[in-house]
Design a protein around this ligand. Structure first.
Ligand SMILES: *[C@@H]1O[C@H](CO)[C@@H](O)[C@H](O)[C@H]1NC(C)=O
Ligand SMILES: *[C@@H]1O[C@H](CO)[C@@H](O)[C@H](O)[C@H]1NC(C)=O
Ligand SMILES: [Ca+2]
Length: 228
């Protein structure tokens, strides 16, 4: 544990000193496909965790595959990963294993912000996937597993090694906002609260107080519309 802790401290030093910023009405814009652009996140958890929830909102016109949220450790580059292989599919990885949620085509005419919350718990292996406030049928994987510490966490790419191994054809282009993470499974009420812009406590990542570092071509700007 001591060793894991110091490697996390080293990682934090390499990232430099990151301010904690309230990004409330802002978005991260990824204006073009690239194998360099990403937002590196400082999530300072010191123990392996046995449950997790990640929520975020994305806005894109991409039809190809892309990585949204990637946590890579030396043990697995897909220790925790939210990946969209195509527009109506979400892959969720824990410890290198994945489940796939195929979602219905949208019935709307125009592009829309998409809100997701994904959670996993070790005790049952169950994965919850909430799309725009609707829970999909639960799936399961990696029962009994623990998500490791000391890894690299970033947005808008799929890491194939710790902190790198990006593929331009799997990069996210578009806008991201409202990125949150907890080391527990949120209740249905909490998921809906977060979707509506509410706040909770004890975050691993908190959009309203985020330590992050921009890599490559990423712009922070206010959203052009009211998102919720
Ligand atoms: C990361 O976050 C932790 C706790 O929020 C903070 O103590 C630490 O200084 C941050 N690291 C950097 C590099 O900003
Ligand atoms: C990305 O996709 C384009 C078009 O399909 C292809 O020409 C190119 O080789 C791909 N690049 C990589 C790094 O896979
Ligand atoms: Ca990967």
């Amino acid at each position: 544990m001591e060793i894991l802790h110091s490697s996390l401290v080293i990682l934090a030093c390499l990232l430099g000193s990151l301010a904690e910023e309230d990004l409330q009405t802002n978005v991260f814009i990824f204006p073009e496909s690239s194998n360099t652009a990403a937002v590196v996140l400082n999530a300072s958890f010191q123990d392996p965790f046995t449950s997790v929830t990640v929520c975020l909102r994305s806005y894109t016109l991409l039809n190809r595959a892309y990585g949204l949220f990637s946590y890579a450790t030396r043990k697995s580059d897909n220790e925790l990963l939210i990946f969209k292989p195509k527009p109506n599919q979400y892959n969720f990885y824990v410890g290198g294993t994945s489940v796939t949620f195929s979602v219905p085509e949208r019935m709307t005419s125009g592009p829309q912000w998409e809100h997701i919350c994904m959670s996993w718990e070790s005790a049952t292996g169950l994965v919850e996937f909430w799309l725009d406030g609707q829970p999909l049928p639960r799936m399961g994987m990696k029962k009994g597993y623990s998500i490791g510490t000391g890894g690299s966490l970033l947005l808008a790419q799929d890491q194939d090694s710790v902190g790198g191994g990006f593929d331009i054809n799997q990069s996210f282009t578009g806008e991201l906002t409202d990125v949150y993470m907890w080391d527990r499974v949120l209740t249905p009420d909490e998921v809906l609260l977060i979707r509506n812009g509410g706040t909770l406590s004890k975050y691993i990542l908190n959009w309203r107080s985020l330590s992050y570092q921009i890599k490559g071509y990423v712009v922070v700007k206010p959203s052009l519309m009211t998102i919720y």
